[in-house]
Design a protein around this ligand. Structure first.
Ligand SMILES: NC(=O)C1=CN([C@@H]2O[C@H](COP(=O)(O)OP(=O)(O)OC[C@H]3O[C@@H](n4cnc5c(N)ncnc54)[C@H](O)[C@@H]3O)[C@@H](O)[C@H]2O)C=CC1
Ligand SMILES: O=C(O)C1=N[C@H](C(=O)O)C[C@H](O)C1
Length: 240
C-alpha cells in the first residue's frame, strides 16, 4: 500500500518504520517546510494519508487531503470541537476518515475495561472516581485526547457523574482529570475509584510510541477501500 505521511515528528517517524517493516511504501512526506507537496503527483498516488501533526493544523491538513480524495487516518488530538465538519465531509462529501484519540490496542482494551468498571460502580456509591494522565513536556494539549475518551466512557456508564473537569472538581457530579507533564513519558492514564475503605486503580502505561504507531498502520490497512467515518470500534470490535 502507498502511504502519505502528514507530520514527520515523533509519531510520523515511528509510523514510517512500522509501515516499511509491514511492506508498505512511503509515497510522500509532508511537514511544515513543504506544504506544496499536497499538490504533488506523489501525494495524489497515495492509498491513504496518515496524519499526526498539531491541534492547530489538523483540520487544514484533512481539507487538503479530502480535496485530493485521499482517505485520512489521523491521531492528532486537541481539535475535536471541529469534528462535525469532518463527519459532514464523510457523510455528504464521500470522504473517508479514521480517527482515534489513541491507536494502541492496549488502550482500547483499557477503555472497554473502564466502561465495564463504571457500570459496576453504579451499585457502589461509596466510591468516588477521578482520573490522572501523565505525558512528556512537549505535549501541547491537556487533558490528553485519550483522557477525554476515557472520561466520556465513564460519563456514559456511571450515572452519578455529569461532566469532566480539568484539575479540580467542584461538585460530586464532576469527574476530575489531573494532567501532569514530566520528562519524556510516552503516556500514562489512570482511573481511580476511592472509598473510605480502599482504592481501586486501573492504569495503562505505554512503554514507547510503538503501540500507537502500529495501531495507526493497522488502521490505514483497514481503511483502504472503505468509505465514511471510521474508528477503533469498527476495526477491533471491542464494543463495551
Ligand atoms: N492517537 C494516538 O494514538 C496518538 C496521538 N498523538 C497525537 O499526535 C499529534 C502529534 O504527536 P507527535 O508526533 O508526538 O508530535 P511532534 O511535535 O513530534 O510532531 C508533529 C509534527 O507535525 C508537524 N506539523 C505541524 N504543523 C504542520 C502542518 N501544518 N503541516 C504538516 N506538518 C505539520 C511538525 O513540524 C512536527 O514535525 C499530537 O496531537 C499528539 O497528541 C500522539 C501519539 C499517539
Ligand atoms: O501527545 C502524545 O504524546 C499522546 N497523545 C495522545 C493523547 O493526547 O491522548 C495519545 C497518547 O497518549 C500520546
Amino acid at each position: 500500500m502507498k502511504i502519505a505521511l502528514i507530520g514527520y515528528g515523533k509519531m510520523g517517524r515511528e509510523i514510517e518504520k512500522i509501515a516499511l517493516e509491514r511492506g508498505h511504501e512511503i509515497a510522500c512526506i509532508i511537514d511544515v517546510n513543504n506544504p506544496e507537496k499536497f499538490d504533488s503527483p506523489e501525494f495524489r498516488s497515495a492509498d491513504v494519508a496518515i496524519e499526526f501533526t498539531s491541534p492547530e493544523s489538523a483540520l487544514h491538513n484533512y481539507r487538503k487531503a479530502f480535496a485530493a480524495n485521499i482517505p485520512v487516518v489521523s491521531g492528532t488530538t486537541g481539535w475535536l470541537e471541529r469534528l462535525d465538519e469532518v463527519k459532514a465531509a464523510c457523510e455528504n462529501g464521500g470522504q473517508t476518515f479514521f480517527y482515534a484519540s489513541n491507536f494502541s490496542l492496549g488502550v482500547n482494551i483499557f477503555f472497554a475495561l473502564s466502561n465495564y468498571l463504571a457500570r459496576i460502580m453504579n451499585r457502589f456509591s461509596d466510591y468516588d472516581v477521578k482520573m490522572e494522565e501523565t505525558h512528556h513536556i512537549h505535549k501541547l494539549d491537556a487533558p490528553s485526547g485519550t483522557a477525554i475518551t476515557l472520561a466520556e466512557g465513564i460519563l456514559e456508564n456511571l450515572e452519578r457523574k455529569d461532566r469532566w473537569v480539568l484539575d479540580k472538581a467542584n461538585g460530586n457530579d464532576e469527574l476530575q482529570i489531573k494532567a501532569f507533564r514530566e520528562g519524556e513519558v510516552p503516556g500514562i492514564h489512570t482511573v481511580v475509584y476511592e472509598s473510605d475503605a480502599d482504592i481501586i486503580r486501573i492504569t495503562h502505561d505505554a512503554k514507547s510510541r510503538k503501540g500507537f504507531a502500529l495501531g495507526a498502520v493497522l488502521a490505514a490497512e483497514f481503511t483502504k477501500g472503505k468509505k465514511g467515518f471510521l474508528g477503533m470500534n469498527d476495526m477491533l470490535d471491542l464494543q463495551s
